[in-house]
Design a protein around this ligand. Structure first.
Ligand code: MN
Length: 307
């Protein structure tokens, strides 16, 4: 410990708040890579902290704002399978269309969320929606993969199409904005999504100076992604747009403060403490189950979908 630590903080260093859940790491967006030709993503999870650290959130691909030129053929990613988890697609700007092997399909509009339980297996394709593709414009989205516990990995696939209007809104104090609850519960306000394990997923849509207090159980893996604007967490140095804040697993509440108009994706979830074997689009508990998934896929057991 140096002398300045003993005499208190100078105002330029992170403020230590005893009793508050601490920040573990602030992570700048990793170099973006393309998923198909439609998604230019920063792979925050698992690349930066590993696949178990944020369990049940095992993948987070963040398409930061991207000005997509007008075109004719919708950009996207062609037919591919998933088994063993859920994909959660949150559209902030632009629109995503999807089709699957059960004949289902739909459009995820701005502010909407698609919660797809792949579980035993789906084939699907994901594209920019046709009209958006023709006009072009700003595209911004997050796709999360939420792991399933072993007992639910082979349950039937299902979709929850959650429109922005269906999300529960909890007003923040002092006209600070709104906590939009997608899943879980915020101060008594319950979100519409059903989940297999305890998960809280919110969009904090905050006005300048707005504050949001969060209080998850200490063992819940907890993180923030700054979608718009900039924030402080427990009075920290400013955290800019597109940065990821990994919170420590320690008891205590924490406070987000918006330094300007801000949108923050808040994730909190009870870890699934089971072995995990991931191979491409399959996330299972054992190597044998991965081999089975590949066999089932090769034998057409995931169904058929035209490219
Ligand atoms: Mn997919």
């Amino acid at each position: 410990m140096n002398a300045s630590n003993m005499t208190g903080h100078t105002g330029n260093e992170p403020v230590h708040n005893p009793g508050y859940r601490p920040i573990e790491r602030v992570i700048a967006p990793p170099r973006a890579h393309m998923v198909g030709d439609g998604f230019r993503v920063h792979g925050f999870l698992p690349a930066t902290v590993g696949m178990q650290r944020m369990s049940p959130f095992i993948v987070m691909d963040y398409n930061s704002k991207w000005d997509v030129p007008a075109g004719t053929a919708p950009r996207g990613v062609g037919v591919h399978p998933h088994r063993g988890f859920e994909t959660v697609t949150i559209a902030y700007k632009g629109r995503v269309a999807h089709h699957d092997s059960s004949g289902g399909g739909g459009v995820i509009g701005e502010g909407d969320v698609q919660w797809m339980t792949a579980a035993s297996g789906v084939l699907h394709k994901e594209y920019h929606e046709e009209e958006f593709s023709k006009k072009g414009g700003i595209f911004q989205m997050v796709q999360l993969w939420v792991n399933l516990p072993a007992k639910d990995k082979m349950s039937p696939p299902k979709y929850q199409a959650i429109t922005h209007a269906q999300m529960a809104q909890h007003a923040l104090p002092d006209n600070g904005g709104s906590m939009e609850v997608i899943a879980g519960n915020y101060h008594g306000t319950q979100g519409p999504a059903t989940t297999f394990t305890p998960v809280h997923l919110y969009n904090a849509r905050m006005n300048k100076g707005g504050k949001a207090e969060l209080d998850f159980p200490a063992h819940f893996n907890t993180a923030l992604l700054v979608i718009e604007g900039s924030i402080r967490v427990n009075g920290s140095e400013p955290v800019p747009t597109d940065h990821f804040v990994l919170m420590g697993n320690a008891p205590g509440k924490f406070v987000i403060e918006a330094r300007e108009q801000a949108v923050v994706l808040v994730l909190g979830g009870e870890p699934i403490n089971e072995p995990m074997v991931a191979h491409g689009p399959f996330v299972m508990n054992t190597r044998e189950e991965i081999i089975q998934a590949m066999e089932d896929f090769n034998q057409g057991k995931f169904g058929y979908l035209e490219d």
